[in-house]
Structure formats: structure tokens, C-alpha cells
Design a protein around this ligand. Structure first.
Ligand SMILES: Cc1cc2nc3c(=O)[nH]c(=O)nc-3n(C[C@H](O)[C@H](O)[C@H](O)COP(=O)(O)O)c2cc1C
Length: 403
């Protein structure tokens, strides 16, 4: 089958065949959307990957159906999830020629820290659902690639163990509960562990309608009771950051949270505070008014509301609202160096990867994440060279325009 499909790939790539209707049908049959690989080709080593979608296919093949559904799901009919990818097409690149790019340097700074690259790892909860080593494998990969890692507070590994595996502090992402004392205990613990930045996620306060997840759970006929007890607070037992906090699942609904919470958080911690989940200029201004040290544009990878708007489309208005006052991070839908370059050109200082790193983790553990990070950094370096931007500071609005 592979041999036939490999042959068909070359046929489909032929300009002659691809311009005929049968050629287009053939191409549609054998290629994944957005991927340059054969739809059913599974790599057996990270070194064989051509793009991050190679890891997605392996992840899907190795994960339990319901776990893959948890990873892949958007909300409603996946309108935002889809827009996160298609919106990149609305922005095109404007390469500037004949600039010396014999040395391309990805180094940058963020909130006062020197980074080897603006590509960072987004907070993703429950990573043991994707690999037995979960957040520890992610941390080791972040360590070897010297990448910034943001740890979710619904992680399956503790911040102390993750920082030990990373060999350096990570940023700590916080979902508050309705009980302030839970938040306070967690802040103290993160500070003691060495975290210097807390990322407050504000985009899931009233729930999300994850239809696709439900469909995958429905299709999974395994007995999952060993891990997923029906007791409402059982899942908290697998979340070490809640140990000793007195948290209950009931406290996870926070529809009453307002901007006053950000002010309170700022006053309660020595860590710098980043606000994650901002998609409008209005809220970017609120972040500044209530003391945020950085703003993080995100629609939770299409897992919050079905706004139908891609994260890259939110970036320009947020960037314009905050100007140069605080750093700007972004995630949701980033799969290629070109995507990352567009965000940097539109004003982002750093770009975080959610699913791309998890695909690497699920597929091959630590080496899979390392390859995802290496590949996207190499892709970004190549685009920077092509665009005539040898350093991150050289990337600007001159390099991108909207259709
Ligand atoms: C399985 C999964 C779990 C996630 N868990 C968290 C979390 O615990 N905290 C958080 O702030 N964001 C969480 N996110 C959102 C990510 O931080 C990030 O915003 C999103 O994955 C970016 O989109 P991308 O996956 O298309 O790169 C999660 C995303 C996924 C896919």
C-alpha cells in the first residue's frame, strides 16, 4: 500500500497531473490537509519527520481513542479550531531580498530573561494521558532544547519534579478556583519551587462545549474506570498541584471572576503575572489597567468558545492596544515556522506550541518533543533567512500584509 501511495504521490506532484481534475482528486485523496506527507504514512523515528503533522498521525495511532479526542477537540463544530489554521492564509509574507542573512539568530528576551528562541511550550494539562513520562519528558526535552516551558496547574506531575527534570525554572500556569485560599497555597508552592512567572488563564470561566471529545469518548469501548472514577473529585487526586489545597471540583467553576481578580493576584505574589486567553483590544487594555506584566493572545487552541476567529486574527488588535508597554505572547494553531514568523511580524514576542509538542510527546516521548522543537526552530530560521530578517529584532510589519 505504501509503495503504491508513494508512487501516486510522485504522480500527483507532477504539474501535468495536478492540473487535471483527476489529478486534483488524486492529490486530495492521498494528502492530509496542511501536510506534506502521505495521509497514511507513519514515521517510525523522530528523525524521519518532515513536518509536525507526521507526529500527529503517530500520536493518533498510539493514543487511546478518548485520549486523542481530548487532545484534538475544539468546541461546537470546531469553528475556532478550524479558523486557527485557515486564518494564517489571510496573511501573506513580503520577503525583502539581498540582505545578509548568512547568520540567522533566534535569540531574544522575554520578561527580562534571555531566551534561545521565541518558540515556547504552552501549558497543557494531564500529560500522562499522552505518555507515561508526561510533563517530565516534556521538561527534559525543553531542557535539551533550552526552551521556555509553561507548566499547567492541572498537570500530572508536580512543579518540583518538573523543574528538577527541566534543570531550570518553568513558568506556572494557574486556573484559579472559586476559593482564594486554594490559589494562595498554589502561588506559595510555585514561588518556593522557583517559578518566576505565573500565567493566569482567563478564557474558560464559564465552560466549553467539547462535542468532538464526547464523540471520541463514545467511540472508546475500553474500561476506563481504573483511572476515571465516577467520584466527582477523583480526578483531583491525579493532579499533584492540588495536594493539600483543599480544592474540590465544585470550585472549578469561576463565572464570577472579574478583572479585580488580576489586581488581587498581582498583590499576592512575587511572580510576574501574564494573562492568557486575551483576544480583543478591549481586554488587552484591561490587562494593562489591572497590572499584567505580559499579555498572552490565545483562544485555548479552539477549545474555549466557538468564536470562529483564528488567534492570528486577534493578534493585530491586541498588539496595537498594548504597543511596546508589555511583552506579547501568542498560541493556537501554530504548526510551521512560517506561522511563527507571521506572528512575530504582527507584534508577538514569543509563540507557544500546544498540540504540536504533545504530538511529539505522544509519538516518541522526549525525543519526539525535541524533534518538534528542533524542526520548528529550523523552519523559523529558514523563513527568517528568506525574508531578509537575520535576527528577531529585524522582523517587523514590513514582512507581512493581509489579503
Ligand atoms: C489537551 C490540551 C490541554 C490543555 N490544557 C491547558 C491547561 O491546563 N491550561 C491552559 O492554560 N491551557 C491549556 N490548553 C491550551 C494550551 O495552553 C494552548 O492554548 C493551545 O493548546 C494552543 O493551541 P494549539 O494546540 O493549536 O497549539 C490545553 C490544550 C490542549 C490541547
Amino acid at each position: 500500500m505504501i509503495a503504491r501511495r508513494t508512487f501516486l504521490k510522485y504522480l500527483a506532484a507532477s504539474p501535468l497531473l495536478a492540473t487535471t481534475s483527476s489529478g486534483r482528486a488524486l492529490a486530495a485523496e492521498i494528502f492530509d490537509e496542511g501536510s506534506s506527507s502521505l495521509a497514511d504514512y507513519l514515521i517510525t523515528s523522530p528523525a524521519d519527520a518532515l513536518d509536525v503533522f507526521d507526529f500527529q498521525r503517530v500520536a493518533q495511532s498510539v493514543l487511546p481513542v478518548a485520549h486523542y479526542g481530548y487532545l484534538a477537540t475544539g468546541t461546537d463544530g470546531n469553528e475556532t479550531l478550524t479558523a486557527n489554521r485557515t486564518a494564517f492564509d489571510r496573511f501573506y509574507l513580503r520577503p525583502l531580498r539581498m540582505i545578509d542573512t548568512s547568520r540567522v539568530n533566534l535569540a531574544t528576551t522575554l520578561l527580562g530573561s534571555a531566551l534561545k528562541s521565541p518558540i515556547a511550550i504552552a501549558p497543557v494539562g494531564s500529560q500522562n494521558a499522552f505518555h507515561a513520562d508526561g510533563e517530565l519528558a516534556m521538561a527534559r526535552a525543553a531542557g535539551t532544547r533550552d526552551a521556555l516551558q509553561i507548566l499547567s496547574n492541572v498537570s500530572t506531575r508536580s512543579i518540583e519534579d518538573v523543574i528538577a527534570a527541566r534543570g531550570a525554572p518553568v513558568w506556572f500556569q494557574l486556573y484559579p478556583t472559586s476559593d482564594w485560599s486554594v490559589t494562595e497555597k498554589m502561588l506559595r508552592r510555585a514561588e518556593r519551587a522557583g517559578a518566576e512567572v505565573v500565567v493566569l488563564t482567563v478564557d474558560l470561566n464559564s465552560g466549553s462545549n467539547r462535542v468532538m471529545l464526547g464523540q471520541y469518548i463514545r467511540a472508546d469501548d475500553r474500561d476506563c474506570s481504573a483511572c476515571h472514577s465516577t467520584h466527582p473529585d477523583a480526578w483531583l487526586e491525579r493532579k499533584p498541584m492540588y495536594d493539600g489545597t483543599g480544592a474540590t471540583t465544585a470550585g472549578f467553576d469561576t463565572p464570577g471572576m472579574t478583572w479585580a481578580f488580576l489586581e488581587r493576584l498581582k498583590g499576592a505574589t512575587t511572580m510576574k503575572v501574564v494573562v492568557k486567553g486575551i483576544v480583543t483590544a478591549d481586554d488587552a487594555r484591561n490587562c494593562l489597567n489591572y497590572g499584567a506584566d505580559a499579555v498572552y493572545v490565545s483562544n485555548h487552541g479552539g477549545r474555549a468558545e466557538a468564536s470562529g476567529r483564528g488567534a492570528i486574527e486577534s493578534l493585530p488588535e491586541v498588539a496595537a492596544a498594548i504597543g511596546e508597554r508589555v511583552p506579547l505572547l501568542v498560541d493556537s494553531g501554530f504548526r510551521r515556522g512560517t506561522d511563527i514568523f507571521k506572528a512575530l511580524a504582527l507584534g508577538a514576542d514569543a509563540v507557544c506550541l500546544g498540540r504540536a509538542c504533545i504530538w511529539g510527546l505522544a509519538a516518541f516521548g522526549q525525543p519526539g518533543v525535541e524533534k518538534v522543537l528542533q524542526m520548528l526552530n529550523a523552519e523559523l530560521a529558514m523563513v527568517m533567512g528568506q525574508m531578509g530578517a537575520p535576527s528577531i529584532a529585524d522582523i517587523g510589519s514590513q514582512h507581512v500584509a493581509m489579503r
